[in-house]
Design a protein around this ligand. Sequence first.
Ligand SMILES: *[C@@H]1O[C@H](CO)[C@@H](O)[C@H](O)[C@H]1NC(C)=O
Ligand SMILES: *[C@@H]1O[C@H](CO)[C@@H](O)[C@H](O)[C@H]1NC(C)=O
Length: 678
Amino acid sequence: MRVNASLLLAASLLASNASATALSAPLDSGAAPITPRKAFPDPNYEELEKRGVIDELVNKIVSEIESAVTCVGCQALTTALKGVAHLGDTVFVKVVTAVCSGLKVQDSDVCTGVVATEGPVIAKMLRSMTIGSRTNKVICSSLFGLCDAPDLLPYPGTIPPPAAKQKRTPLSTRSSAKPLKFVHISDTHIDRLYKNGTNTKCNKPICCRPYTPGDDVGKTQNPAGPFGSVGCDTPVTLQQSLYEAIKQTASDADFMIFTGDIIDAALWLQSEEDTVSGMRDMYTRISNSGVAKKVYGVMGNHDTAPVNLFPVSEPETSYGSALPYYNEMAANVEKWVGAKAAKSIKQNSGCYSVVHPGTNLKVISISTNFWYNMNIWAYADNGMDAARDPGNVFKWLTGELQSAEAAGQSAYIIGHMPPGIADALPDYSNYFNKVVTRYSSTIKGMFWGHTHSAEFEITYKDATSRGHQNAIITSYVTSCVTPRSANPVFRVYTVDPASYQILDYDHYYTSIADIAYGSTKKPEWKKLYSAKKVLGPVVNPPLPANAPLSPAFWHNLTVAFENNDGAFQAWFDRKIADFHTAENCDADCKQKEICQMRASSTELSCYKGSISGLVKRDLITSGAAIREVDEYLHRGPRTQHGTLQCGGHMLEVFMKMARDKESIRKIVATGVMGRPVL
Ligand SMILES: *[C@@H]1O[C@H](CO)[C@@H](O)[C@H](O)[C@H]1NC(C)=O
Ligand SMILES: *[C@@H]1O[C@H](CO)[C@@H](O)[C@H](O)[C@H]1NC(C)=O
């Protein structure tokens, strides 16, 4: 996320990414029957046009876009957009759609669908935002990357200090009992409308659907394979193959965690019905496959419609509530987590906890969606002006950890978005870090997805001194099931049954591109590596065979990566499971990657993913800067960090605009005003 320009912004917000959802809208026309959210102040468009109001606004926006390469320009642009938003949701949607389609950010049906669904919430947010406010600055920094981030606000809650005497579970003593085992999958992004034999190289965020007659089976030179293709989301056949592979590999697993994002990236076609039925479909298949005795899931940012939008105040009656998705998740997981946890999902914005039966291990599932910078509701009503705890998630989490500590339990935290990446809003990332640091003796691991790339991040007791003695928690981020831009993976962890420390994990994958259309081959799932076996010998001193993968070990691995480039590059290749890309990691990339491993909070991350972080602002319009940004955008999936996966198109739009202002003027004139291109 980042970018720029606004409108585009919006536009792109939309269009961006990798996001998405939905099923079942008619595919033939490409133009799904999108019902815009209820429009608020909605004056007569024709009347405004007659009075020249629209023309004036468009000119204003275009001129602001031209100068929106600086923080000041970004604020001017948000001012112009706010002006459009005040004319009503309908006008706003028309203007943004015109820019998105005109710039060819995406096909016009994609622009139309995305802007129709997300535009009204963006317009509502802009109407409620004060120009020049801290919220305005956060939008221009976290979302567009054009301002420096404002200073962090203090944590608004209270965190109880440790009791004088704490019950402690033993650390580092490996018990002789049989290890526990659990499976980790993430980011399935299942496309129920995937069609074997359709075009894999379309012009939309995801392909492998018969969008046009030319995309259909027998008509395309690039037919999709029977189990999935690069550029496309997960067909049901691949989903079933995954469950079979897990059953064959880890039938003795005690439970499975799923760190979110069920819905596919056809975000322009999404609807409440499709998202709800998509969630139900995946949970039902998991259940019917018998792949796991228990499944502990989380809410991903794609598991709502429109994508990313989770209102902070519920029930949200006018612009779309997320309650149907919390309710759907609760209904599906109740058989594994029990009635109390299911109720918590509905009452606590998707959050719940469960003590795994027969253990002293509490699994705490949190929703990270209020902390995601693409959740427009985070900014509504000047939401970033004062310190707060949206949905009381921090308060809830603190209570869960406090009671685990009091009971002498160990805890795992599972969630969708890793809190240390640039996608997280800095204040919330910082608050999360404060809470978990306090309870680090209880927390034995944190597990995430979202980035589509396998990573780890270390939490330190003191971020100003990041060494092995201070490393207190490890975040494990697994890569995705969708073959969109990575090979599908699952992980199997082994756990000390007394201390609940992670002993090891095995990382399995299948190379989906091996199975071409028409082939009768089935996916072959193979072990890519065992963590202890390949990483243990890399650190100095080497990790003893019976030692756990402690936070100190992971820190030592980052030191080893600094000194041993071969070991680092091998890790880099494993991030997307040996998926082939031309991407390589030079010295600058390596420094950022290692920095990210040591960042449990966004203010520590070296990935800003923003224009300002990439090039000097005064160079932004020069050819050299444009090339630099272009190169950054076209880096491969290992370093995109979710940030660009979800916002790269915004940046791209901006760069196109910077190069070709005249055509933007024409596009807006034609698309919005209905006048011929001059
Ligand atoms: C995919 O299409 C091919 C060619 O028509 C067919 O042989 C194959 O069975 C199909 N596979 C699946 C999984 O539908
Ligand atoms: C990490 O490295 C330090 C310094 O080399 C060493 O003393 C410590 O034992 C290592 N810790 C682990 C868990 O390997």
